[in-house]
Design a protein around this ligand. Sequence first.
Ligand SMILES: *[C@@H]1O[C@H](CO)[C@@H](O)[C@H](O)[C@H]1NC(C)=O
Ligand SMILES: [Zn+2]
Length: 592
Amino acid sequence: MPREEPLLAPRHSSEHSSIRSEDEEDALLTGQRINRPEQQRGWAFWRQVGLFTWSLVATVAVIILAVLYQHSATTQPHGSDGLTWGPGGKPTGKRNVIFMVSDGMGPTSLSLTRSFRQLEQGLPIDDTLVIDQHQIGTSRTRSSSSLITDSAAGATAFSCGHKSYNGAISVLPNHTACGTVLEAAHLAGYKTGLVVTTRITDATPACFASHANRREYEDLIAEQEVGEHPLGRVVDLLLGGGRCHFLPQDADGGCRADDRDLTKVAEDKGFHYINDRDGFDGLALGQNAELPLLGLFAEKDIPFEIDRRQVNDVYPSLEEMARTALAALSKATEAGDKGFFIMIEGSRIDHAGHGNDPAAQVHEVLAYDRAFAAVLDFIDKEDTPTVLVSTSDHETGGLAVARQLHKSYPEYKWLPDVLAKASHSSEYLENKLNEYLGEAGAKNSLKNQRAYVREELLKKGLGIDDATDEEVDSLLTPDADQPPKYFFADMISRRAQVGWSTHGHSGADVNIYASSSKDVWPLLGNHENIEVGKFLASYLDLDVDAVTEKLSQQDSLSWLGDQLGANIRVDQLDSYHGDFRKRGEDCGCDNH
Ligand SMILES: *[C@@H]1O[C@H](CO)[C@@H](O)[C@H](O)[C@H]1NC(C)=O
Ligand SMILES: [Zn+2]
């Protein structure tokens, strides 16, 4: 409270009048000063102390009641009986929840992308992304095992509403499965969907429709996603990449460790399976889609948006997949009295962060923003009340829109025009380089190789025409810890004066967005990530604990995969044991 004098300071408060109690209470509650006439100390002083005490008690009581009210409204597991829903109200009838995840997108990703777009499109300085206009809160992201979460623990917080350890796919720290909002929705009669731009078996989508002790068990995750799951098939629509985990090891484009063809298993279970752009186009943005539907459009990841837009005839965009999924789910639920739950992920914002590639990142964020706008558009036209909640599981890269390049004090600037000149991601350029060196290029003289790197990769791909000889040679003879893609990304980051503190994740808070702050009022302000998960279930009146109970009835825990020994940190934070000194000697830190 911005008071200029302490509440019980003897100087002035001992001279209170006794005839302005209402004003006084207001003042105590609002922190406003009020003018009061001078008076002698006496019974009035003690009356004043009494009044003050009363006001203080009343204020504290109001705060406690407010907290209790909000707590019960947001964490009530069953959501139905006696739940007092707050601002805006919650529809009691049919409704949909669209949950969007911007994997690895921190607040700085938005500053970066906003400025980039303003420059590239000549927009005014107050121009914002669509998503910027919908921020309602922030989320704290730590897991049970670390202050820096991974995507698995992050998504488990959303799907189950519980903290777990890094690597956990909707299992608790004691390696038992926790019921997810998607599973609960399925059991309650909702249609369900997952849309991603990475592997559909990657951690975020996996956490909604499967359970595993380690995120690496993608073969196992694929099996559960097509319906080899204790609850049977729980997802009605899956769109994304990761086809290789559904195909046998010997098949073209297969990467399973066994000989199973899960696309066949899926079809036996009733799935319509499509695996390319033609199949996708045949859905007519969802009008022709029939559920259940499995669409796998890449062996692993769908290319970064900066690259994908140049092969748009091969891979659908996140926006197209989102529109298609929403239309399909809307149509499939048209006649019934239950709506749908869908999770849509901008998966590769995170990958651009891991690669420290700012050019790839801005295009990933813009693609996410277009998908976000498409979802709002859907909500506008949809008859069934629908809410959109969007957040990130964590920040990736420790991105900074600042970078000190030299020992001398830096100028205050970063330069988005450098990013605007790039036409490809560092990942794409590394593939091109490897292709070149693996074929005819290897036989070329060093001089020709250098010319190729300068012209074809740096100039055409990144818009860099001032590379030093050292930089070019570093790309041709990379060391093991610094693959060419990291080097491409570093070259563009330095020129743009964009900074990164890690190739991994960071512990920064991330933003929460919603279609309407009235609908998603429990998430206003700063929250733990598990509160986001609890909101999703609560809004649909779902009981995830009942699903946990159902899952616990399996005869053994072997369906979750190996726990991989007791060495996995599950519920305690690490502490300092000398890594800085030990690793400082050979980390090459001076070069970064
Ligand atoms: C695992 O942990 C959860 C949450 O703490 C608890 O409810 C459950 O009983 C535990 N299960 C086992 C088998 O220990
Ligand atoms: Zn993530």
